[in-house]
Design a protein around this ligand. Structure first.
Ligand code: MSP
Length: 526
């Protein structure tokens, strides 16, 4: 993209029935890396995240905990969801809650418009409802369990819990009107849904035909009231999806809305259908542009299954960051899992990558180069050196890697961006091994050559600090300041990372960027 373009990225808004686990953190980190990259590239960036607080699931959790849904949501947001952003170092620009007045009033405007324009009608609905999914289910989505706690009942395939039969007078959204419009959208904008596997699944689904969508409930009142009928509240997904536009001023601040919308939307593939079918249909009905893209990333698996709190496989992000640190958390999930595919989390893999890639690969490289500049040159960065072919190869690699990483980020291939950047870490380590600056330092006759090697290695580190800042912001900032970079590393243009000219002085790192961690036994970290 061209610098200055709008880049608006949003995560799903998370249910506040429970505390976050690393699956939620995964989406947050991916969105944050993309946002930081674009921000550092000079794009007009906005990162939105938030919480989904209405609906039966939250209501029931609150009742089970002897409190009101609003008090419950307030507590979970303050004690768990906002602190998560600190734990994993998310630089979000906004945090929306569906109980915010700004959201509720803009939702009302949107609903009234759809109603006035004839896209909403009243009808009767009877169907199976899964409160875990907050969704009406078709028979194919259910299983009949022959034994166990729910013997003879129909259970949701995702949650493994019985569905409820609901029969209500509801308001309906004319979603079926948009079947062709959606298929045209998928065709004319082939990257609208990514990755390909999710795209194919959605196209298949829509081709089978769309029903109208029941969008109101009258059996409970924890939700946004339907403006023309206060005996109904809005269906929680219809409410939640609107956060992406209410947060940027839909209905109240046209200028900001125009500036930001449309968004790139990251979601887990479990909720891709809501985002790639219902959501664009809602926008089409309101005459608004559809999202730039909907990317359905894969699941973190534990024991081969989607990690989830309800199946007691949820791992709290702080279990990892307390031992490995926040940068390692961010790095690991972005590097080890191809973005778009499922990935199994394991402590052994995390520990091995930490040691090999962060501590030995990047951390060691940084401390060695800085230590040699300090020891051999009192920290003064050599200038006006004469470069050999080997040095030029490092500069060429830095330039190539900068472009490759940017192109990978543009494709949302976050793991490929990191892999590209890591080729520069490896090249620099190889370069130092071959050039042997410690051997050059033994003979004053080699002083000029040593200058060139230290200069080249330092320039490579500068490029790495800039390119890695979106991924591992703390380590990159520490490195940047040690190598004498001016200003803050997060202000340096990622797209020109290779072009760093270097500061005049380096100062020793006060501690390693990625210190050694005592052997971590699987699952035993506190
Ligand atoms: N509230 C809805 C979303 C509304 S958006 C308008 C919701 N919330 S959720 O709390 O259940 O969060 C679901 C999202 O959390 C997934 O889409 C995904 O982004 C993330 N993940 C939850 N578990 C996950 C894994 N095991 N693996 C990867 N991501 C996971 O659905």
């Amino acid at each position: 993209m061209a610098a200055g373009d709008s880049f608006y990225i949003a995560t799903p808004i998370f249910y506040v029935n429970d505390v976050p686990h690393i699956g939620h953190a995964y989406t947050e980190v991916a969105a944050d890396v993309l946002a930081r990259w674009h921000r550092q590239g000079g794009d007009d960036t906005w990162l939105l995240t938030g919480t989904d607080e209405h609906g039966q699931k939250i209501l029931r959790t609150a009742v089970a905990n002897d409190t009101t849904p609003k008090a419950w949501a307030d507590k979970l947001v303050a004690d768990a969801w906002l602190p998560l952003l600190e734990t994993i170092n998310i630089a979000n620009d906004d945090f929306i809650r569906t109980t915010d007045e700004r959201h509720e009033s803009a939702v009302t405007i949107f609903l009234q418009k759809l109603y006035d324009d004839g896209f909403i009608y009243s009808g009767e609905y009877e169907g199976y409802y899964c409160v875990g999914c907050e969704e009406y289910k078709q028979l194919d989505d259910l299983l009949e369990t022959p034994d166990g706690d729910y013997a003879g009942q129909l259970v949701c395939k995702i949650h493994g819990r019985p569905v409820e039969v609901l029969k209500e007078k509801n308001y309906f959204f004319r979603m079926s009107d948009f079947q062709q419009g959606l298929l045209d959208l998928y065709e004319s904008q082939p990257d609208f849904i990514q990755p390909e596997s999710v795209r194919n699944e959605i196209i298949q689904f829509v081709k089978q035909g769309l029903d109208d969508l029941s969008i109101s409930r009258s059996s409970f009142d924890w939700g946004i009231q339907i403006p023309w009928d206060h005996s109904h509240v809005l269906y929680v997904w219809f409410d939640a999806l609107l956060n992406y536009i209410t947060a940027i001023g839909y209905g109240t601040d046209d200028e900001n809305f125009e500036r930001r919308w449309p968004a790139v939307q990251l979601v887990g593939k479990d909720i891709a259908r809501f985002h790639a079918v219902i959501w664009p249909a809602m926008l089409m009905a309101a005459g608004l542009p559809t999202p730039r893209k909907v990317f359905g990333h894969g699941w973190l698996l534990v024991g081969g299954e989607k990690m989830s709190k309800s199946k007691l496989t949820g791992i709290a992000p702080s279990q990892i960051t307390d031992t490995f640190g926040v940068d390692a958390f961010r790095y690991y999930f972005m590097r080890a899992i191809s973005f778009g595919q499922d990935g199994s989390f394991s402590w052994e893999d995390l520990s091995a990558r930490y040691q090999a890639e962060l501590a030995n690969g990047f951390g060691n490289l940084s401390s060695r180069v800085i230590a040699m500049l300090t020891r051999y040159r009192d920290g003064v960065v050599p200038n006006g050196v004469e470069l050999t072919e080997a040095d030029e190869a490092i500069f060429a690699a830095a330039e190539r890697v900068t472009a490759e990483a940017d192109a990978a980020i543009e494709r949302l291939a976050i793991h490929e961006a990191l892999a590209a950047i890591w080729t520069l870490v490896d090249d620099l380590n190889g370069y130092i091994t071959i050039q042997e600056p410690w051997a050059l330092a033994k003979d004053p006759a080699n002083a000029e050559r040593l200058d060139a090697v230290l200069f080249t290695a330092l320039r490579g580190l500068g490029t790495l600090a800039v390119l890695l800042s979106p991924f591992i912001p703390d380590a990159a900032a520490k490195l940047w300041s040690a190598i004498g970079g001016s200003g803050e590393v997060q202000q340096q243009n990622v797209r020109a990372a290779f072009d760093w000219t270097g500061g005049p002085l380096v100062t020793p790192l006060d501690s390693s960027l990625f210190p050694r961690i005592e052997q971590v036994e699987a699952g035993t970290t506190a």
